[in-house]
Design a binder for this molecule. Structure first.
Ligand code: HEM
Length: 511
């Protein structure tokens, strides 16, 4: 016993001494001798990755990186071996096809069915082959055709019908959670595009398991950084929370969505009477062939469809939430949009055509300004330096992880005066030169070879809903709700969710 305690204490001492030496060595190496010590940035970021992980788990990573850019400049070290940019020149270099920068290992987190979808394929060659399968399908010239626009229009009408039903007839007003409503709208739309009219959802008007799944997905996303950095802590938290809150569904949304996708794809594939398959993403991919002339593997098709469900539902939800939130706080812009849209010729359902709505400049400027001010993507569009070289005069060795901070580039003070202010006029009043410069600092859908495939689809969804909603209703903040400027601060999650995970807005008939 005595012998054990005598040998125990020196062992602890030795470990402590070793750790101290290790820490001192890491600090000296990181600050003065590492191949990254010449790059500006917070000192702690030069020494250890943990400082960035700390902000990541607290969902403040995106805001912190932006803050560091404001303090240290356009090229900063955010962790040993990880560099963030905020200029168009470096953005072009890392994201355009000729640069051939592969994606980083961060995207391994999104592997499903054991496959890499287009979004999370890493190398340039692998990505190009996969993207080619659906590139033409997603182009605006295809998506803006009536066969794709009309179903979205149908969902927009269902959305407005829901408001009409819920509104208090005596006061003509109601407060609704637009985060939740937009999520149902976005999910119904993407399931229609992926699976067709017979296997899509109608969650706007239909209660059920899919609504429960959607409501849970926002918690899954909010806790993703914990899962990616410390998986055991995530699973312990999930277990504890489901016991404490007696909620067996808590944090099961992602798993449920995968199961839902597998079942629907299988049901549709085996249904001999299934409709309109050639105009669905499933039908399109099932018709594709590999270089060897073989059908694409079913597991890869499942992974690609699941990725599109994920890519489309939360991005569009958060976009709509912030477009409406910014308009609720700036009612003068609602008035201008309403006037602009009301002047357009109406279709049979009383609303203008998407073609006309898409050309409305005030609506366009208001949406664009919201994308600029509240970008949806996390800024973790990480790439890997393939060959050591200089980026804007700063040498980066091979293997360095690089990315552009969307928040930082879109808030550049040299280009956007008062960048924190919602000002759609900056797009309407700009001369052609100014507009060209602003466009170079504007990347809400990413940039280059891997720019968002769903941009045209998202544009139809967002513009149709905002234009037609404002034609009928005024929206405003509701001081009696839990939604305020603080709760609408964006989290550093993959899709930059609002902190309160909801957005209560008051709706009132416009006329
Ligand atoms: C307003 C809504 C949306 C925003 C802001 C957005 C943003 C983005 C961004 C920033 C990327 C690039 C990620 C990277 O470089 O790592 C991306 C990629 C992608 N997005 Fe979107 N997205 C939106 C809606 C959609 C929709 C509706 C779909 C599907 C219908 C979609 C499908 C995809 C796909 C498949 C990729 C991967 C492209 C590739 O790697 O080649 N997105 N999106």
């Amino acid at each position: 016993m005595l012998l054990t305690s005598i040998s125990f204490f020196p062992a602890i001492g030795a470990i402590a001494a070793f750790m101290l030496v290790y820490v001192v060595f890491s600090v000296i190496h990181g600050l003065w001798f590492s191949e990254y010590s010449h790059i500006p940035g917070p000192r702690l970021c030069k020494v250890s990755r943990l400082w960035l992980v700390y902000f990541d788990v607290r969902l403040q990573r995106t805001a912190k990186v932006h803050e560091w850019h404001e303090k240290y400049g356009p090229v900063i070290l955010v962790a040993p071996g990880e560099v963030s940019f905020s200029e168009p020149s470096t953005t072009r270099e890392i994201y355009r096809a000729p640069g051939r920068h592969p994606k980083s290992g961060f995207f391994d987190n999104f592997i499903a069915y054991g496959e890499r979808a287009t979004f999370n394929s890493l190398s340039y060659e692998e990505h190009r082959e996969k993207r080619n399968h659906s590139f033409a399908f997603f182009q605006a010239s295809s998506i803006y055709l009536p066969r794709f626009v009309e179903p979205i229009r149908g969902r927009m009408v269902a959305f407005l019908d829901q408001i009409r039903q819920d509104i208090d007839q005596s006061t003509g007003t109601i407060t609704l959670d637009f985060f939740q409503l937009s999520n149902r709208y976005a999910f119904d739309n993407i399931t229609r595009l992926v699976l067709g009219s017979d296997y899509c959802t109608r969650t706007i008007e239909t209660p059920g398991a899919e609504r429960v799944m959607l409501d849970d997905l926002k918690y899954c996303e909010a806790l993703q950084p914990l899962l990616f950095n410390f998986p055991p802590a995530y699973y312990v938290l999930r277990l504890a929370a489901s016991i404490i809150y007696h909620d067996p569904h808590f944090l099961t949304g992602e798993h449920s969505l995968t199961e839902w996708n597998t079942k629907r794809v299988s049901d549709k594939t085996t249904d001999t009477c299934a409709e309109d398959s050639q105009y669905t993403l499933l039908g399109k991919l099932q018709g594709c062939r590999t270089k060897l002339g073989e059908p694409l593997p079913a597991s890869w098709i499942n992974a690609e469809l699941l990725d599109n469900l994920n890519a489309a539902q939360m991005t569009v939800t958060v976009t709509l939430t912030y477009v409406l939130w910014n308009l609720a706080r700036n009612p003068e812009w609602q008035v201008r949009i309403r006037k602009e849209i009301a002047a357009l010729p109406s279709q049979e359902d009383g609303f203008p055509s998407f073609g006309d709505i898409n050309k409305a400049p005030i609506l366009e400027a208001c949406i664009k300004e919201s994308y600029r001010l509240n970008p949806i993507s996390s800024g973790r569009a990480e790439r890997v330096v393939p060959v050591g070289k200089e980026y804007d005069g700063v040498f980066l060795p091979r293997g360095t992880i690089v990315s552009t901070s969307t928040l930082a580039i879109q808030h550049s003070r040299s280009v956007f005066t008062q960048p924190h202010i919602y000002n759609p006029d900056r797009w309407l009043q700009a001369n052609p030169d100014q507009l060209r410069t602003m466009e170079r600092f504007y990347i809400p859908f990413g940039y280059g070879a891997r720019v968002c495939l769903g941009k045209a689809f998202a544009t139809v969804e967002v513009k149709l809903l905002v234009a037609c909603l404002l034609l009928e209703y005024k929206i405003s903040e509701d001081p009696s709700s839990s939604t305020d400027v603080k709760s609408m601060a964006q989290l550093g999650t993959q899709d930059a969710l609002p902190k309160g995970l909801r957005c209560d807005l008051k709706v009132q008939q416009a006329f």
